[in-house]
Write a protein that binds this ligand. Structure first.
Ligand code: ZN
Length: 116
């Protein structure tokens, strides 16, 4: 199966960098205060490829995190990360989409081109 944008993001963006970029203060143990529920303790743990909150049970990877944080769709979350982290290499993938992501990929391609 071909690599898709979600996998591209996971491969190219460090999850700790990602959550830090969006405002989380991750400590050396990988813990941060959960942005998805109100808390004073750090029960939001950031792993290599996913994060998990021991307080509210939130769980997911890069795009899941943005999806929950901003209340957007999975594809909107992917666009946001692509934009903020310059995951431009995906454009070559988007030029010849062959799978069920066809429409979404074209949307992203147009969106990236419009970014100028
Ligand atoms: Zn939480």
């Amino acid at each position: 199966m071909r690599q898709n944008i979600f996998q591209d993001i996971k491969d190219r963006v460090d999850l700790k960098d990602l959550v830090r970029y969006y405002g989380l203060d991750v400590d050396r143990g990988g813990f941060a205060c959960c942005p998805l529920h109100n808390e004073r303790n750090s029960s939001f743990k950031v792993y290599e490829d996913h994060c998990h909150c021991f307080g509210c049970g939130a769980h997911g990877d890069h795009t899941d995190f943005i999806e929950k944080l901003y209340g957007v769709s999975n594809i909107e979350a992917a666009k946001k990360i692509s934009h903020n982290f310059g995951v431009w290499l995906i454009v070559t993938e988007l030029a010849t989409p062959v799978n069920s992501y066809l429409k979404e990929m074209n949307d992203i391609y147009r969106w990236l081109k419009n970014m100028g």
